[in-house]
Every structure is written in structure tokens, then in C-alpha cells.
Design a protein around this ligand. Structure first.
Ligand SMILES: *Cc1c(COP(=O)(O)O)cnc(C)c1O
Length: 349
């Protein structure tokens, strides 16, 4: 079989959820953020594992994702929609018991008119300038909106992965100013905010990236592995090029392994001539361009050629690969393509 294998360790995922849950006081609820197909790892298996670990609330980006999460979770757990109540969402929100986080007066109006009595929350913008009602807008509509009974007030931090960034305290103060005295459940922290400490935790935290084993949660258990099967090897003579556009030329006789996996699998093309693949604990440099389905690797120094080389694993984390590619772990994960053969590791069931 020549499909790259993406392993997702659901035990490690659950371990990370429990550890982030313990990082806040016992009265603070810990949700799971599973937008973008659970950061590329597969929505169904991820929400099932998190629910088993104890998660009772999930956040997704759009109503369509919420419908999929509901199908996987069944009735019971709360599913919050970060993009709120958009035109065309009404029937799905109602039929699948999804809770929109309303972001504007427009959305509040749409929601209260089309689904009176249906649960909703409110997203406030405390300084990121991306999503949610701003202070003035909120002041104008708060009495009316609070009267309709939102079940959660939330906001999102722009710089929580940098504990020294001045905006963290500014957003915290703004969130207090906008929500103190409402008596409603509140949420401000994603993974980075959890690590900033208790004053950022409020009633509910919303970790995403830390569950999947990435920065800024440095103590996370490793969740993801990506193994690329070796399809063929060949000797390349000194002076011969390898791959599209001849961006690499052998300086001496070199044994090249061609592995299955390329940018169509979400392996970024910026890794061309830069990344390492691993044969166990032995690094093997990528030579030439990453193409759509294939990568070429110098394996001259290996005593035996393994069946597969690892792009992600114990020797190379998502964050290390992201650094090499010039991006962040979030992008490496969410690019992982549907055609990768996902294998879910789980010891307990
Ligand atoms: C993506 C997102 C999260 C999760 O953030 P992480 O940094 O992945 O923990 C939480 N809240 C909102 C509003 C988000 O958009």
C-alpha cells in the first residue's frame, strides 16, 4: 500500500485534555476546540475520545462543522458555533441543537427573530479586532441581549502565546469591564490563555492546539505521527540532478529514496531541500523539490532501507516541522490532507 500513514494517538489527546483540565480550578469547565476537522486529525474520532475523557462542550467554526460534530457525539454535549448565526444556518441550528456565539447586532436580530428561545452565547471583541461585538456596540445592546438569556459570554486573546505581551492584560481588563456584574458564565482562554494563569480562566476554557500536542503547551504529549512509504531507491551519480527544476545535484554518488507523500498530502513545498525525514533515530535530508505526491531523500548513509521514513514522530514534532517550513503548527496540522491514511491509536477500547 502506497499511502502515507497519519497516526493519531487518541490516548495522548485525552491525556492532554485532562492535563489542561487540571490546569484550571475544579469549578472551571474545559471544552474542546475541534474546528477544521479537529485541526486536520479527524472530527469523529477526536470528539469521541474527548467526550470519553470528560469534555462536555465543543467549539467549531461553522454550523456545517457543528452538524458533523453532533452526528459523532449524539445528544448531550453542547456544541458552540464560533461564526454565530449566519444567513441559512437557522434550520441546522434548530435541528441539531447547536448553540451559536452571536457576533453582531445583525446576528442577534436574526437569532431572536428566527429561533426565539433557542440557546445562544455572545462573542465580544476585547482588542483583537476580528470577531465579536465591540465595547460601544455591546453597551448599546447589552440590556436587551442579556434579557434574552445568553448562556455564555466569551472573547478571544490575540497574543496569549506571548505571556509578556501587553495586550493580554488590556484584553483581560476590557473583558471584565464588558462582563462584570452580568452573573453569566464567561470564557476568555484558549490554550495560551490557560497557561497565562487562573485570572484568565473564568468559568470555561477553550483549548485547541494544546490538545493536539503543540505549542504553546510545551508539556503536551505527542499526538501525531506521519510515516511515508519508500516506493523506490536509485543510485544517482555525481553531477546528476534530482526532481523538478533540478534544484539539487549530487556531488558524489548518492542513494536516493523516493517516498510517497507530497504537497497534495499537505506536506508544504517550502520543505524542499530543507526538511529531514527520519529512519528511526537517523536523519535523512530531503533533496530536491517536494512534488505533488512524492519526496526524494538522501539515504546513502543508511545500512538498510526501511519500509517507510517518518516526517512526524518522536524525532520531529509538528512545531519543529513548522519552523523548518516557515509556518506554525496550526497550519501544518490543518493542511494534512483527507487522502492520508489515518490510523487511530487507542489502548482502552
Ligand atoms: C481556534 C480558537 C480557539 C482554540 O485556540 P487554540 O490556540 O488552538 O487553543 C479558542 N477560541 C477561539 C475563538 C478560537 O478561534
Amino acid at each position: 500500500m502506497a499511502t502515507a500513514i497519519l497516526t493519531v494517538d487518541l490516548d495522548a489527546l485525552s491525556t492532554n485534555w485532562r492535563a489542561l483540565d487540571r490546569a484550571s480550578a475544579s469549578g472551571v469547565q474545559t471544552a474542546g476546540v475541534v474546528k477544521a476537522d479537529a485541526y486536520g486529525l479527524g472530527l469523529g474520532p477526536v470528539v469521541t475520545a474527548l467526550a470519553t475523557a470528560g469534555a462536555r462542550r465543543f467549539f467549531v467554526a461553522a454550523t456545517e462543522e457543528g452538524v458533523q460534530a453532533r452526528a459523532a457525539l449524539g445528544t448531550g454535549p453542547q456544541i458552540n458555533i464560533l461564526s454565530g448565526h449566519m444567513h441559512g444556518d437557522t434550520a441546522s441550528l434548530r435541528d441539531h441543537d447547536l448553540t451559536p456565539m452571536l457576533n453582531s447586532l445583525d446576528q442577534v436580530t436574526r437569532h431572536l427573530e428566527s429561533l426565539p428561545g433557542h440557546a445562544f452565547g455572545v462573542q465580544l471583541d476585547t482588542g483583537m479586532n476580528r470577531l465579536g461585538m465591540e465595547e460601544q456596540e455591546w453597551e448599546a445592546v447589552a440590556p436587551f441581549v442579556l434579557d434574552a438569556g445568553p448562556e455564555l459570554l466569551m472573547s478571544h486573546l490575540a497574543c496569549a502565546d506571548d505571556p509578556d505581551h501587553a495586550l493580554n492584560e488590556v484584553q483581560l481588563a476590557n473583558f471584565h469591564a464588558m462582563t462584570d456584574g452580568t452573573g453569566l458564565p464567561r470564557s476568555l482562554a484558549a490554550t495560551g490563555g490557560i497557561l497565562l494563569g487562573p485570572k484568565y480562566h473564568f468559568d470555561l476554557t477553550r483549548p485547541g492546539i494544546g490538545l493536539y500536542g503543540c505549542k504553546p503547551y510545551e508539556g503536551a504529549a505527542r499526538v501525531v505521527g506521519l510515516s511515508l512509504p519508500v516506493i523506490q531507491t536509485r543510485m544517482v551519480a555525481a553531477g546528476e540532478p534530482v526532481g523538478y527544476a533540478c534544484t539539487w545535484t549530487a556531488e558524489k554518488p548518492t542513494l536516493i529514496a523516493t517516498v510517497q507523500g507530497g504537497y497534495a498530502d499537505g506536506i508544504l513545498r517550502t520543505l524542499s531541500n530543507r526538511a529531514l525525514l527520519w529512519a528511526g533515530e537517523v536523519p535523512c535530508p530531503v533533496v530536491g523539490r517536494v512534488s505533488m505526491d512524492l519526496i526524494t531523500v538522501d539515504v546513502s548513509h543508511l545500512a538498510t532501507i526501511p519500509d517507510a521514513l517518518d516526517l512526524l514522530g518522536p524525532m520531529q514534532s509538528v512545531d519543529q516541522l513548522a519552523d523548518t517550513a516557515g509556518t506554525i503548527g496550526y497550519e501544518v496540522l490543518t493542511r494534512l490532507a483527507p487522502r492520508l491514511n489515518r490510523r487511530y491509536l487507542e489502548s482502552r477500547r
